[in-house]
Design a protein around this ligand. Structure first.
Ligand code: HEM
Length: 84
């Protein structure tokens, strides 16, 4: 039988592990619940990046002959937004 003492000791051990060890656990996990969380975080991060790229294009196109970004940077934002 597992006492509550041993559970709380276990939690304290997990909490005190170094950041790199925790990161390693996350990027090498096969736990479906953690993988689900990683999918959600991945999608949200790329939604944010694509949104930033779209916003940069929108600012450039907000009025004619705008000089917010150069034509070359606009092309880069277009390609990266499409890819993202
Ligand atoms: C899942 C795919 C995509 C999503 C969710 C998405 C979403 C968006 C959003 C929300 C905007 C801002 C709209 C605005 O400012 O009026 C935008 C702008 C834009 N997107 Fe996408 N986009 C996607 C794919 C693409 C692709 C594949 C291309 C082209 C290869 C593209 C080209 C553009 C361009 C040129 C703009 C700027 C238009 C403007 O602001 O007038 N997008 N996108």
């Amino acid at each position: 039988m597992v006492s509550t003492d041993s559970i709380s000791t276990l939690r304290a051990d997990i909490a005190s592990r170094p950041f790199v060890a925790k990161l390693h656990d996350w990027v090498t996990t096969v736990d479906h619940k953690r993988l689900g969380i990683l999918y959600i975080v991945y999608a949200l991060v790329f939604l944010l990046i694509g949104g930033i790229e779209a916003t940069i294009m929108r600012i450039q196109l907000i009025r004619p002959h705008n000089n917010f970004i150069s034509p070359s940077v606009f092309n880069q934002m277009f390609t990266m937004h499409g890819t993202t």
